[in-house]
Structure formats: structure tokens, C-alpha cells
Design a protein around this ligand. Structure first.
Ligand code: WAQ
Ligand code: MG
Length: 275
């Protein structure tokens, strides 16, 4: 019998705008430290100190927790962000996303996908063929929430990422988030780059592909970023997808393969051979 899990979530704002959010699924003994870590995160953000920090804690005793493995991870080196976006577009096409949907989503992420060209708090839901935006609230977007890693998985991930020089909050959290998105079984692909001005990396994640990161998907200093979840046009039941992403607790209890960097062409040959 496992001890009760808690969902702990932090949301920080500055000048009435979203600044940072982070969360974990932890046991009672880990809860205090998790809260302290989240407060530190909100106060030490590269965009400035939070003006308002909200922390919510929910007991998950009566909630079913879905468990799964983290996606495989690989880095594809790119010369600059334009090169990176081209490479990302190729993988998105491989995953079944149309050129139009790719171009349109990249434009939205680049200018800030929320009204007034602000960065969204959550993700866009995008029809993978028409490129149409499907999320009910274009300012908030869809927030993937209630996810975390077991302590053993965190330790194993950190040491595996360390050998690749990638053990940072961005990578760990994005990998976990992509893991939950893929676990929905209803998303063809995800595209993401950070809205943090000092963090230029981003990724494409898809079933059968895993998490492919690119060191540059936007220029250094750019504070627009975001996420797009591409869904098949036939997906009628957006409500259950959104419910899964926002509400169903998902706990990563194992690692995928963490590969050393690989050239885009080599990756594509591997994918073609598997197909
Ligand atoms: N659910 C949905 N969308 C989110 C969430 C969430 N929980 N958190 C953030 N977003 C959206 C939102 O629009 C943010 O503006 C945007 O994603 C970027 O969030 O391998 O750090 O936390 O080196 O800045 C990816 C590459 C880093 C990591 C992503 O995202 C790597 C990153 P950030
Ligand atoms: Mg950010």
C-alpha cells in the first residue's frame, strides 16, 4: 500500500501577467519541501520576482492515478532558430500535421498566442489538418496539470540527464509534460518552445517519435513562446482530452531511452526504416 499522494501546484504572476507555474505529485513527507521549492522558483524567475504566488495542494486519496513511462529523449543539433523550426516542421509533418497547421501555429507561438499577443498560460489545441484553434479559452489555453515523477524516477532522470549536460528544470518538466500529453493517446504531436527570454530550446513530441529537442527554436531574448497540441480532425471529444490533460493525475514511474545527440537526417532514416 502506497502512502497518499498530493498534487501541489504553484502559479505566480507579475504585473498581473502570468510569470511561472510548476507542480509536483508528492507524498506527505515530501510536501513541505516541495512547497519551499515552488516558492523559490516563483521568486527566482528570469523574468523577475513574482508579485503574487498561489500554491494549491490537493489530497488525491479518492482519485485514480495513471502511471506511465517518460518518453525517449534525443537532441537534434541545429545552427539557429530558423534551422530549428525547419527541422521541427519536418518531424511534425512526419507525425501527420499539415504544412498549413505547422506554419500557422509557429506564427502564433512566435507572436504570442493569447489575445493582445501575450504568451498563453497553457497550450493551444490545434486541428492538425485545418490548423484551426480549438481550445475553449485562447488566453488561458489548456493547462496540463497534476503530473509528476516518483522520487526514484526523478533521481534516475537527473543522473541520466547529467551525463548529457541537460539536467535542468526546463528539460525535466517539459519531458514530464510531454509524457502526459502522449499518454492521452489523442494527440498526434506537440510543439513547444519556452517563453523564457534566456531559454531558446524547444521540442517536438509525438507517439513513435518520443521527445526530440532542438537547442534553438527561437532567438535569444525573445519572450514569446508556448505550446501547440495537434489533434486529429476526427477527434470529436475534446472535452475528455481536456479533462485528462488538466485533471487526471499522471505519475511517471520510469524512464525512456535518453540518447546522445543525433543529426536530423540520421533520425529521419531511423524513422523511415521503422515505418
Ligand atoms: N500546460 C500547457 N501549456 C503550458 C504549461 C502547462 N502546464 N506550462 C507552460 N505552458 C505553455 C505556456 O504557453 C508557456 O508560455 C509555454 O508553454 C512555455 O512554458 O528540452 O521551459 O515553462 O531543453 O517556459 C522546452 C525545451 C522548454 C526543454 C519549455 O516551457 C529542453 C519551457 P515554459
Ligand atoms: Mg516559461
Amino acid at each position: 500500500m502506497e502512502s497518499t499522494l498530493y498534487s501541489i501546484r504553484m502559479h505566480a504572476t507579475r504585473l498581473d501577467t502570468h510569470l511561472s507555474g510548476a507542480e509536483a505529485l508528492v507524498s506527505e513527507t515530501e510536501l513541505k519541501r516541495a512547497a519551499a521549492d515552488l516558492v523559490e522558483r516563483a521568486l527566482g524567475h528570469s523574468k523577475g520576482k513574482a508579485h503574487s504566488i498561489r500554491i494549491s495542494i490537493d489530497d488525491l486519496t479518492d482519485t485514480e492515478v495513471v502511471r506511465g513511462r517518460l518518453p525517449d529523449l534525443v537532441t537534434v543539433p541545429v545552427a539557429d532558430y530558423l534551422d530549428g523550426r525547419q527541422a521541427a516542421a519536418k518531424l511534425l509533418r512526419w507525425a501527420g500535421v499539415s504544412n498549413f497547421a505547422i506554419t500557422r501555429s509557429m506564427e502564433d507561438l512566435g507572436r504570442g498566442a493569447a489575445p493582445g499577443n501575450k504568451a498563453m498560460r497553457g497550450a493551444m489545441l490545434v486541428d492538425a489538418v485545418s490548423g484551426e484553434r480549438l481550445e475553449p479559452d485562447t488566453s488561458r489555453g489548456v493547462r496540463v496539470s497534476r503530473l509528476g515523477l516518483t522520487p526514484a524516477t526523478t533521481d534516475a532522470l537527473r543522473s541520466a540527464l547529467q551525463t548529457l549536460g541537460l539536467d535542468n528544470d526546463h528539460v525535466r518538466e517539459a519531458l514530464a509534460l510531454a509524457g502526459k500529453v502522449l499518454a492521452s493517446g489523442q494527440v498526434l504531436a506537440e510543439l513547444c518552445w519556452s517563453d523564457d527570454p534566456d531559454y531558446t530550446a524547444g521540442y517536438v513530441a509525438a507517439p513513435g517519435l518520443g521527445y526530440v529537442r532542438f537547442p534553438h527554436l527561437k532567438p535569444l531574448g525573445e519572450d514569446r513562446g508556448g505550446r501547440a497540441f495537434f489533434v486529429p480532425p476526427a477527434l470529436r471529444d475534446l472535452t475528455s482530452l481536456i479533462f485528462f490533460l488538466q485533471e487526471t493525475p499522471w505519475l511517471a514511474d520510469g524512464l525512456g531511452h535518453l540518447h546522445p545527440p543525433i543529426a536530423l537526417e540520421t533520425l529521419r532514416e531511423l524513422l523511415d526504416r521503422r515505418a
